[in-house]
Design a protein around this ligand. Structure first.
Ligand code: BES
Ligand code: ZN
Ligand code: ZN
Length: 488
């Protein structure tokens, strides 16, 4: 654990092993830099964004940062943090760099450090030792802005909550499937509620049968690990709104009988990212004590092969009575979500918003790339809320529009809807249109689907994210829920 504190003292008066200095927009001369520009030149340091230079004799780490924007500061600090945690220095100091407001400026520094310091070495016999134990942020500011101390310490608390919830989700998603199956996911949800005011209910096979969740049960059938549906709730006395979050929690997606080729199966432990994000958001919302009622539902299922597996050609009767023609067992996430969406809407009748988060399609990664989530639904207003929250929180999200031509491609000759499209293109949108079949009319404009297949798990370091799980969705959706508090 790294202890992060705020200090009113000027940077120079704070004692620490090393100092972290940001070179903003390649401006080598500023109030915190005492080093001649010629020395940087000699070292071959151009201060490109996230480029670092450690001048050991000066006890200073420099990092290039494109602008004073909070998201640039965050990724630059994360990059420098990765260098620093590779050393044996234990204390660090840094000044404040102010952009729009204190929350995002201080938040960027704190998130950069906590998210940048994340490592997943549970499965390494030789663990990397963390020497960095203390970080002090001086309120002395790059452009001599006055920083309000109370606002700064609120920002510190908020950023710690968001970053730690994100790191919890990273740990969950990175855990291999043999050690992480639906029962474990349910245990984590129970643990979260045991240690907080969150309420938790777990539905096992018998209850799922009673709820007529035959679609979800069909996907789960071939696995030795029985499925769970998690319902985690954050309740407050007079909620300003009721938000429902639904997450795809495929603890492994082998593809089922429509088996994935080996190269595509690797990384499918990350198919639980949507459900894991839901757990992380509930944790963060609860710790922040937000005045919103939030219900998190997770369909925790393993999609496997075997004599008992569901098959292409099967017709499933979903919880809401609609029939689904299965033509590909690898399009399983939408089948699981169909039932969990129905359950969520039945249980929370007077909801204001319903969001589902899922690593739903490879097509979404093709459409918008690895770093961006796809945002789909009927209401531009709600989709824009998601995009805006993503932008301010440092996540990337793009809208993908529905159209009536694509809608026709999920028609079935023998059932109400088919689980795959008849066209190979636009797969992120057709998957979302399939989900829309399970949204009640009254909730049409309250629903948004977020496909996080791209950013949830990336096999290299990018911005403040490490190799592997990123915790996509946690910061974006917690910010959205926070903003709802301020709206009313
Ligand atoms: N879990 C996958 C989607 C996925 C792909 C997530 C890559 C993350 C990275 C999903 O269940 C799936 O297999 N979708 C299929 C749908 C197809 C059969 C219509 C896909 O995207 O290929
Ligand atoms: Zn699949
Ligand atoms: Zn899947």
């Amino acid at each position: 654990m790294i202890n992060i504190e705020i200090n009113k003292e000027p940077l120079e008066l704070i004692k620490s092993d090393i100092e972290l200095v940001l070179v903003i927009d390649k401006k080598f001369e500023h109030r915190f830099i005492k080093t001649p520009a010629s020395l940087f030149d000699k070292c071959g340091f151009s201060a490109n964004h996230e480029e670092t230079l450690f001048l050991v004799e000066q006890n200073r780490v420099f990092v290039g940062c494109e602008s004073l924007k909070a998201n640039d500061i965050k990724s630059a600090i994360a990059s420098a943090t990765r260098v620093i945690i590779g050393t044996k220095y234990s204390s660090l100091k840094i000044a404040t760099y102010h952009d729009m407001d204190t929350i995002s400026s201080i938040g960027a520094i704190v998130e950069g450090i906590i998210l940048g310091a994340y490592t997943f070495d549970k499965y390494k016999s030789k663990k990397s030792e963390l020497f960095l134990s203390s970080v002090v942020i001086s309120l002395e500011e790059y452009n001599s802005h006055e920083i309000n101390e109370v606002e700064a310490s609120n920002a510190l608390v908020r950023a710690k909550i968001l970053a730690n919830a994100t790191n919890m989700v990273r740990d969950i998603v990175n855990t291999p499937p043999d050690d992480f199956y639906p029962e474990i996911m349910a245990n984590i949800a129970k643990e979260l509620s045991d240690n907080s005011t969150l309420e938790c209910e777990i539905l096992e096979v018998e209850e799922l049968k009673k709820e007529n969740m035959n679609a979800l049960l069909a996907v789960a059938r071939a696995s030795r690990h029985t499925p769970r549906v998690i319902h985690l709730t954050h309740k407050v006395a007079n909620p300003k709104a009721k938000v429902v979050l639904v997450g795809k929690g495929l603890t492994y997606d082998s593809g089922g009988l429509s088996l994935k080729p080996s190269d595509y199966m690797v990384t499918m432990k990350s198919d639980k990212s949507g459900g894991s994000a839901v757990l992380g958001i509930l944790k963060a919302v609860n710790e922040l004590g937000l005045d919103i009622e939030v219900h998190g539902f997770v369909g925790a299922v393993e999609n496997m092969i075997g004599g008992d597996a569901y098959k292409p050609d099967d017709v499933l009767i979903a919880k809401n009575g609609k029939t689904i023609e299965v033509r590909n067992t690898d399009a399983e996430g939408r089948i699981v979500l169909a039932d969990v969406l129905s359950l969520a809407q039945q249980r929370v009748e007077d909801l204001d918003y319903i969001f589902d988060m899922a690593t739903l399609t490879g097509a979404c990664v093709v459409a918008v790339g690895h770093y961006t989530s796809g945002v789909m639904g009927f209401s531009d207003e709600v989709k824009d809320k998601v995009i805006k929250s993503a932008n301010v929180s440092g996540e990337l999200a793009s809208k993908l529009d529905f159209n009536r031509h694509l809608k026709k491609t999920i028609k079935s000759e023998i059932a109400d809807v088919c689980n795959i499209s008849s066209t190979r293109y636009g797969g992120a949108i057709t998957a979302s249109m399939f989900l829309s079949e399970f949204i009640e009319d009254k909730n049409r404009d309250k629903w948004v689907h977020i496909d996080i297949a791209g950013p949830a798990f990336v096999e290299h370091t990018w911005a403040e994210n490490p190799y592997g799980a990123s915790g996509a969705g946690v910061r974006m959706m917690t910010t959205l829920i926070e903003n709802l508090c301020n709206e009313k």
